[in-house]
Structures are given as C-alpha cells and as structure tokens.
Unconditional design. Structure first.
Lengths: 380, 296
C-alpha cells in the first residue's frame, strides 16, 4: 500500500512539473528584464526613484507596441540597502525569473555584488548610477549609464579650488562604501594637483550616526572646505553636527547627496553647500522638461531626481540595444550595448567607451533656501 | 587642549545616552538573571513615539520637549510591562536559555512590526527642544548636548533615589539578592519585576528621544548598535551593578569618541570593543561587579 501511495504521489508531482513547463512556454512571449535596487532602508530613495523611472520607460515602450513585437515584463527586487542582499536577488532574478538583462544597482558596493553574479551567468547588466570604476571592471557583461568617480572627483576638486577659492580641504570618508572611498581617493590626488592642501582626512563606517569626534578633529585643522563623499543620510547628519560644533566652512559632496531627505534631515545646516549631480530638473532642455512632466504625471507630482533620470536612461538604453540586436538573447543584447554610440538620454548624450563606461557631463548643484539649485555644467 | 575638552564634551553626551540604556540591561539582569535583548528596540520605540508626539506639541520649546520626553517614557514603560507580562512571565520557571531566545524573538517582532507600520525608510526627527549654540572660549556646546547630559543626570539621580530610599527600591534589592527569600517576607515578586521593567524601559524611552535629538534620523533598526554598545557597557561595569553600568557607558563613550577623532578613526569600534576584552581579562566580573558563587 505505501509503495502504491508513493507511486501516486510521484505521478502527481510529475504531472505538476509538466504543467509548469507548459505554463513556461508562453512566458517567452514577453521580454523579461530584472531590476534590482534599494527601495527601502538607508538609501531607499535611490532605488525608489530609479525603479519608478525604469518602470515609466518600459510602460511607454509597451504602450507604443513593445519591443520586437513583444511586451516587456519588468521584475523588480528590493535589496533593502543591506550588504549581501544584492547577490541573492540577482541570482533569483536570473535563475528563477529567467531575465535576459538586468538594470541595477544604484550604489557601487551593491552593484559590485550583483555584477559578479551577472557576470558568472553571462547576463548583461546596466547599473544606472554606480560611479565606482571597479563596477564595470568586473567583466564584459557589466555596463553603466553614468559618469565615473575619477571624472566626478576631478570636477569637485577643481570646483572647490577655482570657484570656492578653497586652499585647505578636509575629507570625511565612509570606509565601508566603495563609492565613498573611490571618490575620496580621486579627490586626495586631484585637490593638491589643483594647488590646494588636504589638512585632515577622517573616516567613519556606513550606518554611523555620531560624527562629532571626527568633526572636532576636522575643526581643529581649520579647513576652507570639507569634502564628504557619502550618501544623503550620513551627509545630512554630518553637516548638522558640524554646524552644532560651530564649523562654518561649506561642505561639498558627490551625486550620493541627491535626495529630498538630505534637506529634510539636514535642514538649514546645508545652506551654501555644493554637490555634483547627473542632471538638473530645472534645465530648460526640452528632453529634460518632457521627462520631468511625464514622471510627475505618473508619480503624483514628485520631481524626478538624478537617480530617476538615470533609471530612465538605463531602461531606454537597454531597449535601444535590444531593438538594434533584433533579438532578446543575452549575448546579442550585450554586443549591442557595447556598440552604443550617440544615444540621446535625459542626462545627456551617452557613448559607451571600451571599458563599458558612459562618458557624459556633470552638473553642479547647491542648496539655497531649502531647495536644490542648479549652478553650472562641467563637460568631460 | 581645546580640542581635547571639546572631545570630552562629545564623549560625555554619547556616554550619557549609553548609560540610560545600559541601566535597563543591568536592572533586568539584577532581578531576573537574563539579558533582555528586546531592550534596544524599546529604545527605538521611544524615538518613534517621540516623533509622533512632537507633531502635537509646539516645537522648539522647553515645555514641548519635556512633554515629548515624558510621553515616550510613559509609552515605553507600559510597553516594557506588557512585554514582561506576555512574553517573559509565562517562562519564569523555564531555563534561562528559553527566555533569552524569546527576548530575541520579541526584539525582531518589534523591529519588523515598526517597519511594517512606519516603513523602512529613515525619517527625520524634529527639533523638539530649543536649539542654540553656546561659545565657552574655544569650545562650542550645543543645547542638545546639555539637554542630554542634564536629563541623563536627573534620571540617574531619580533612579538612585527610588532604589535606595523607597520601600519599592528595598523590595527590588531584596528580590535581586534572593527572590525566594524575598517572597517569604511578603514581597510580591510579580509587582517588583513589573516595576523593574517599567523603570528600565522608561529610561530606554528617554534615551531614544535624546539619541534622536542628537542624531535626527530614525529607523526601525536604530536601536541595534547603541543597544549592543550599552550591553557591552553594562558588562564592562559589572552586570547587575547600577553605578557600574553608568561608569561602563562613560568609558565606552569616551573610548569611542577619542579613537574616532584620532588618525585611527577607521578602528573606532574595534578599539572600543578591544578595550572591553582587555578589561574583562583583568576583571572578569566587570569593573564594579562582584563575583558570586552560584548556589545549586
């Protein structure tokens, strides 16, 4: 009797499997694309803005008839701003959802995690906004839609020296973030090259909330400008505590500063501080204005930030590559991506260089009256 | 020299917050002989309660600030009693390990419960107390730092008074010394334990608000690191000893601040925790702890 039961169970399982297979076959009628990012947690606005814009881009393409006659199906996964989560969700997207290409992550450390998995499975991946050079160095499947830190760091060092007339600079780096250490390394070389000196070089760890000890040491060094290559949560807390300690020097930072939460948490402490960004929603460029209007109409009036613009560009860049490849096979998409030339994105014209990095301009923004305000554009 | 004094002020305000948390660990250990891992999350609930109450009181006033602090303490005290009643009391006669696992469960329940209710994104904490900067020669002291130190001192004083000058405090000390004998002389064990949880949790709630005032970004997992450090501080000072917890917290805060401001800021936590290991090697019972022989 038990052996009969076992047989019954086995045959039931088999027919279930067969049923699954049958269901899988028509799924190829769509093109599956995976999107992973930190939608919740410390860097939550990055993934939130970026995935929303990616969704918007694919909705537009689907409404216009899709790609190669097929609809795009977007599968979104949240990395929760946690280390270790990116590799898990990328593996899930590739092995369980069978995506043909990936968009993500927004930060460099988690992109590095996801990139090694994507590379191992030979699935092309575009990071919309990871600026650390090591991300695309992972392998030939990894691309990005943004500029890289050696460029961003040089822009900031020159800006601090020439526009802010700073001579003495202090650096406060997050040692557990690839983005932060990479940007700091560039600034440490470029600022003295531009004629300044680094008077204090302090460190903290991701997730720290008390920076008074480091800031007191920085204050004693009396800098003209303080460079904080960190993400918005830490950057806001740092400037706030610095003002409490009586530090009046302006702070400058990279694209990781860009989030409404920066001003919500930091408030008046951020007035007169500067950061480099991928684009400014205030630009009169008709491409940018039409994107801003579409995004606001779709997502309840929220103005798209740089992460959103890059998420939109990454999605359209991928769609463009699939269209040119004429196929949704990962290997062909990869080759088409590598051949991207003169792609007109919201954040500027994108050319893929030999290292699969996008070469494009940066914008400098400041915080004035509690609002992000455009200052100038810097071209590579 | 002025940098040294400035760092000392920073250390004092950080240590004061650790002390408020460490007292809760040490008090519960004193009466129940187990580590209440959910304590750090009561601290987080204190900060969240504060941010909700702050919307209903005038911001930037002393009265409003004290109201926020008081509300957070009351909510946390009730929460502490509730946790003890529902999660720990049914396990009073169970092995300590079971209670410990339950405590971890309660901790996760609170963290993810708040994440479900309030979302996972960090939110900003409003400035509930008036904020000004005082210049003392080359030193800059923010009013928030003074509030932290003053409130912590007042609460520590109040606690000391309750424990050593009231009948309730005498009952708590009796239970800590020998729970069975305390019951024999007519002390209601359940009441004393509930009061202990209420007091400890109220201090954690106050700590949560003060922490959020100084570091105004709050999220459901904000209690984890300060909780770990306060726990270490309680062990450092000798678990079960109230002055020990306060002393341990001050030492930890000072070590962290001075290493953080030096060229070795990368190793801030490593050195602070390394210090713990060294002290435990020389004084295994903690600085002010006493070795007691476990009677079988």
């Amino acid at each position: 009797m038990p052996s009969f039961l076992r047989l019954l169970l086995a045959s039931a399982l088999l027919s279930l499997l067969a049923a699954c297979n049958r269901q899988d076959a028509p799924a190829a009628a769509t093109i599956k694309i995976g999107n992973y990012g930190a939608i919740t947690g410390k860097d939550g606005t990055f993934g939130d803005s970026s995935t929303k814009a990616t969704r918007l881009a694919f909705e537009e393409i689907n409404a216009a008839g899709g790609l190669l006659g097929k609809q795009i199906e977007l599968v979104v996964e949240d990395t929760q701003s946690k280390p270790g989560e990116a590799s898990t969700v990328v593996k899930k997207l590739i092995t369980r959802d069978n995506v043909v290409a990936l968009i993500g992550e927004m930060t460099s450390s988690r992109s590095l995690e996801g990139a090694s998995v994507a590379q191992a499975f030979k699935i092309p991946m575009i990071s919309p906004s990871a600026t650390n050079p090591a991300v695309t160095a992972t392998g030939d499947q990894i691309f990005r839609a943004c500029f890289i830190d050696p460029f961003q760091g040089a822009v900031l060092a020159t800006f601090a020296r020439d526009q802010l007339k700073a001579h003495r600079a202090a650096i406060l780096t997050s040692i557990s973030s690839a983005y932060s250490t990479g940007l700091a390394d560039v600034f440490r070389v470029q600022f003295p090259k531009a004629g300044g000196i680094i008077v204090s070089d302090q460190k903290f760890a991701e997730g720290d909330k008390d920076f008074k000890a480091q800031l007191t040491a920085i204050k004693a060094a009396n800098p003209d400008v303080i460079f904080v290559p960190a993400y918005y949560t830490e950057a806001a807390l740092i400037t706030k505590q610095a003002r409490e300690l009586g530090i009046t020097a302006p702070f400058i930072g990279g694209d990781g500063w860009e989030a409404p939460e920066l001003i919500q948490i930091g408030g008046a402490a951020l007035e007169g501080c500067y950061y480099s960004a991928h684009y400014s929603p205030e630009s009169p460029d008709p491409k940018i204005q039409s994107f801003v209007k579409k995004y606001q109409a779709r997502f309840g009036g929220r103005t798209p930030d740089g992460m959103a613009a890059l998420g939109y560009d990454a999605a359209n860049m991928l769609a463009d590559a699939i269209r040119r490849a004429g196929s949704a096979e990962p290997a062909k998409i990869r080759d088409a991506l590598a051949a991207t030339k003169g792609f007109e994105g919201v954040t500027g014209r994108i050319d893929m260089d030999a290292d699969r990095n996008a070469s494009k301009p940066a914008a400098i923004l400041t915080i004035k009256g509690g609002k992000f305000t455009y200052v100038q554009n810097v071209s590579p | 020299m002025s940098e040294f004094l400035q760092q000392l002020i920073n250390a004092l305000s950080l240590g004061a917050i650790y002390a408020l948390l460490a007292l809760g660990y040490t008090m519960v250990y004193g009466v129940l002989r187990f580590i209440n891992f959910a304590h750090a999350d009561v601290f987080m609930i204190g900060a969240f309660t504060g941010s909700y109450v702050a919307k209903h009181v005038p911001s930037g006033t002393l009265v409003g600030g004290l109201a926020v602090l008081f509300a957070a303490m009351v909510v946390c005290a009730l929460l502490g009693v509730l946790i003890e009643r529902l999660a720990y009391r049914p396990l009073r006669r169970a092995p300590v390990l079971n209670v410990l696992i339950t405590a971890i469960g309660v901790s996760l329940l609170l963290e993810y419960g708040v994440q479900l209710a309030a979302g996972a994104n960090p939110r900003s904490f409003p400035a509930v107390f008036p904020v000004t900067q005082f210049q003392l020669g080359p030193l800059t002291v923010s009013s928030n730092q003074l509030v932290v130190i003053a409130v912590a001192l007042a609460l520590l004083g109040g606690l000391q008074w309750i424990i050593y000058r009231t009948r309730l405090g005498a009952a708590m000390r009796a239970v800590s010394l020998n729970p069975r004998a305390a019951q024999l002389v007519g002390i209601n064990l359940n009441t004393v334990i509930a009061v202990t949880f209420a007091l400890g949790s109220a201090l954690a709630g106050a700590g949560g608000v003060l922490y959020a005032l100084n570091y105004p970004s709050i999220d459901p997992f904000m209690g984890v690191m300060p909780g770990l450090k306060a726990f270490v501080a309680a062990i450092l000072g000798g678990i079960g000893s109230l002055p020990g917890a306060a002393l341990g917290a001050l030492i930890l805060g000072t070590a962290e601040t001075f290493v953080g401001g030096s060229a070795y800021s990368t190793y801030k936590d490593a050195i602070a925790f390394g210090l713990l290991i060294v002290i435990m090697l020389f004084r295994p019972a903690g600085l002010l702890g006493r070795f007691t022989v476990e009677k079988v």
